[in-house]
Design a protein around this ligand. Structure first.
Ligand SMILES: Nc1ncnc2c1ncn2[C@@H]1O[C@H](COP(=O)(O)OP(=O)(O)OP(=O)(O)O)[C@@H](O)[C@H]1O
Ligand SMILES: [Mg+2]
Length: 405
């Protein structure tokens, strides 16, 4: 079996590190996720493993980490099977079949029953609380692995997980941890670097804190937050006035983002449905249909992409262009700030975007009334949906007034 494991040079030492904690912090697109998957595969060349791969919300693993393993196994012609119902992937390495269990902290019953884990990976570790981390840490203790290791991969957003900084980057470093910092420049895929670097460099003045996190891979706390939406379960017995959707089209490195919005008076519950890169419009239309979006349901999209909107319509989706115009972003944000928005529990990527969505700074460092144009896919989808629906509402009002007058 000839397998080629390509990773950036800066990551080489991680493959032979036997410490309990492999702490991989870094900027956006530094190849942390891709490399962590390869480290797990590499270890399985020599002996069989039973890995645990976790994110806060299990559902978010399917679009991201599961795909990374799947693509790697396909490219390398490594036999594998994925059992969706059990959330288990099995793959065949020279040492035999190994297993990867994909789990979320949102399914505590599924974690309790886990036995014989030989190593674990906590993707987007800043999503976990200190208690959650410690519970998992305790459950990965006994096995016949050569060494038990927990890999942590994350962007260093200090405000999300002060405990993580304290635990591994504090005054007295943990002797059983290797901390590693990477940036986009460490990504071995030159094409990704070429496309992503300018996007990250643009953050320098717009948001020095976000630049520090995303471009430099250093701890910082984003400032100038725009929204502060609470997270709630979707009320089960509510009779909604309307239900509609928002779409922000993706392209190669930006994910396509879809939200479902439930409105009752001026209360809106927003649920994340899709957050995935590399989808064509046809894929997107299929995903929407699979998610139960009917041909008459309103789907508000980015007006800057009329071609994509037309294509979705041809594919049986009632795609509509959201409000457009020079001031539509600012006006849209103001509108969102004037109504009551809740994030539906489990919409982790939306929550992450909301927490980092902030006002742009000007050259002198003052906040402007424009948002930083970054990590705003689900936020934009939300804006398209809610302002699109509000326009429909207003149109209804003016029609009534004309008839009445
Ligand atoms: N070893 C590799 N071989 C080929 N392509 C790679 C490799 N590593 C990374 N890439 C490419 O770079 C992109 C970014 O990598 P990855 O998602 O692992 O970065 P990340 O550090 O996890 O980013 P983020 O901070 O946003 O989570 C991937 O989508 C993939 O296209
Ligand atoms: Mg990643």
């Amino acid at each position: 079996m000839a397998v080629e494991i390509v990773v950036g040079e800066k990551f080489y030492p991680l493959f032979s590190c036997r410490k309990r904690y492999l702490v991989m912090m870094g900027g956006r697109g530094s190849s942390k996720t891709e490399t962590a998957a390869r480290i797990m595969f590499y270890r399985a060349l020599r002996r069989r493993h039973r890995y645990l791969v976790m994110r806060k919300v299990r559902r978010t693993l399917s679009d991201s980490v599961v795909e990374v393993f799947r693509r790697f196994f396909l490219e390398q012609s490594i036999p594998f099977e994925y059992h969706i119902a059990e959330q288990v992937m099995a793959f065949k390495a020279p040492a035999g079949w190994s297993e990867i269990l994909f789990r979320g902290i949102d399914e505590p019953s599924k974690i309790k029953s886990i036995k014989g884990i030989t190593s674990a990976w906590l993707e987007e570790t800043t999503e976990f609380s200190k208690d959650e981390f410690e519970t998992i840490d305790l459950s990965v203790r006994e096995s016949d692995a050569d060494y038990l290791q927990i890999i942590l991969t994350f962007n260093p957003v200090e405000s999300e997980a002060p405990w993580l900084k304290e635990r591994f980057f504090g005054a007295s470093p943990d002797p059983d941890a290797l901390t590693h910092r990477s940036t986009i420049l460490d990504n071995p895929n030159r094409e990704v670097v070429r496309r992503y670097l300018p996007i990250l460099d643009k953050l320098k003045h717009q948001s020095p804190e976000m630049y520090q996190i995303a471009r430099l891979g250093e701890w910082a706390r984003p400032e100038g937050g725009i929204f502060d939406w609470p997270v709630e379960e979707l009320p089960a017995d509510m009779k909604y006035d309307s239900i509609f959707y928002g779409v922000d089209f993706g392209f190669s490195i930006d994910p396509a983002a879809v939200v479902k919005v439930y409105r009752r008076a001026d209360f809106y519950w927003v649920e994340e449905l899709v957050y995935e890169a590399g989808l064509t419009n046809a894929d997107l239309a299929k995903r929407l249909k699979d998610l139960g979006v009917g041909p008459r349901e309103r789907v508000y999209c980015d007006a800057a992409e009329p071609k994509s909107i037309a294509e979705l319509n041809r594919l049986g989706i009632r795609a509509l262009a959201a409000a457009k115009g020079q001031d539509s972003v600012r006006a849209g944000i103001n509108f969102l700030r004037s109504v009551k928005i809740r994030i539906v529990q489990g919409s982790q990527n939306l929550y992450n975007e909301m927490r980092s969505y902030s006002w742009r700074r000007d050259r002198s460092g003052q906040f402007t009334s424009e948002p930083v144009d970054y990590k705003n896919h689900l936020i934009d989808a939300t804006r398209y949906a809610i302002t699109g629906d509000a326009e429909v509402l207003n149109a209804g009002v003016s029609r009534v007034m004309i008839i009445g007058g």
